[in-house]
Ligand binder design. Structure first.
Ligand SMILES: [Zn+2]
Ligand SMILES: [Zn+2]
Length: 352
């Protein structure tokens, strides 16, 4: 039990006096910090106001169960938002999607690729600078940072998500859906260098998180490609949108898929190893950011009071972005060649 004191209310008279103490009815300026700012979905949330700590304590037996439920929801929503922001950073800094133009026709955004092939990439460094200059707005940028990347996001963010959700959930599964066409508010298609659009329909991976309170949510880091920008959505609402569930796997399944070498010593294997190295760079950058933020753990970060949470969150995101950018630049110069040599991959054969 802790208080949030509205800004300005601690010193001098209260800024507004239209709140009544939930226990004694007197004018109140303090709120319960644990459940304040929890997202309201279909339920209506009433913030609890108190006139002093004694009244909060006296009200606790009645407030405890809803408070715990809302607090868990708040932590989960913060965790989902941070994991999604980290994915956007990871993807932007390690971008290998060579988009040179965006056009819109019959409700579809066509993303023109200018891939000169791996030889080009190998000579210049594997990555492409993210084409910020082509983005009409932030929402399109998020869509492209997530386009066909749902397995990657859950695979590479796995350790981070597990850290953020530590002690919070009763059960997590990785679930694959077929996204119903009519549910999407945004459609993207890649167009290759020969002008052919990729007409395949891809399934979509998300996390289903069951909280100890019994609430069930979807954590979707890569929904922006379909126009679903929210990182956290109540399960029932999400299923209504997507409708066709394909399969269910254990938490960590996609990380294993992403990290497992294919053993083929070919281009696909090489690129997988390249991203595994990028993932290590990302995890090191995040670990460093947490140390600099005062030795925080991810699970502790999402429990901080609102102002401290906001400050640490942006400090951590900025640090990860700066460190990852440096790491990726260094890796560009050496990684592909070194990986090929270390793993005895025949680069010449890859380039055919
Ligand atoms: Zn009171
Ligand atoms: Zn509360």
């Amino acid at each position: 039990m802790a208080f949030t004191t509205p800004a300005g209310a601690a010193a001098g008279p209260p800024l507004c006096d239209n709140h009544a103490c939930a226990h004694c009815g007197a004018p109140a300026t303090l709120t319960c910090a644990a459940c304040k700012d929890a997202p309201a979905f279909e339920d209506k949330i009433e913030t609890k106001w108190y006139c002093n700590a004694d009244c909060q304590k006296a009200d606790w037996p009645g407030h405890k169960s809803i408070c715990k439920k809302l607090n868990a929801r708040k932590r989960l929503s913060r965790a989902a938002e941070i994991a999604q922001s980290l994915w956007y950073i990871f993807r932007e800094e390690t971008n290998d999607y060579s988009i040179v133009g965006i056009s819109f026709k019959n409700g579809v955004y066509y993303l023109q690729e200018a891939d000169g092939g791996i030889v080009d990439r190998w000579n210049k460094g594997y990555r492409y600078p993210f084409p910020n200059q082509l983005m009409p707005d932030e929402s399109m940028k998020r869509a492209i940072l997530t386009h066909m990347l749902c397995t990657d996001a859950l695979g590479y963010m796995h350790t981070t998500i597990a850290g953020l959700l530590e002690g919070l959930y009763a059960e997590i599964s990785e679930i694959r859906f077929d996204v119903m066409s009519e549910c999407r508010s945004r459609r993207l298609k890649s167009v290759n260098i020969h002008g052919q659009a990729d007409e395949k329909e891809y399934s979509h991976h998300i996390l289903q998180v069951k909280l100890k309170s019994g609430e069930i949510y979807v954590m979707d880091l890569t929904g922006a490609q379909y126009g679903f920008d929210d990182a956290l959505v109540p399960w029932a609402e999400y299923v209504w949108k997507m409708r066709a569930l394909v399969d269910v796997n254990t938490f960590g399944y996609l990380r294993k898929v992403i990290h497992e070498p294919l053993g083929k010593r070919d281009l696909e294997d090489l690129l997988r190893r390249y991203y595994v190295e990028m993932d290590r760079g990302f995890e090191a950058a995040l670990a460093e950011a947490l140390i600099l933020a005062g030795g925080l753990s991810l699970s502790k970060l999402v429990t901080l009071p609102e102002p401290a949470f906001r400050e640490k969150r942006s400090q951590i995101l900025m640090h990860v972005q700066a460190r990852l950018r440096l790491a990726a630049e260094l890796m560009d110069k050496i990684t592909v060649k070194r990986l090929a040599a270390t793993h005895n991959i025949n680069l010449l054969a890859c380039f055919k």
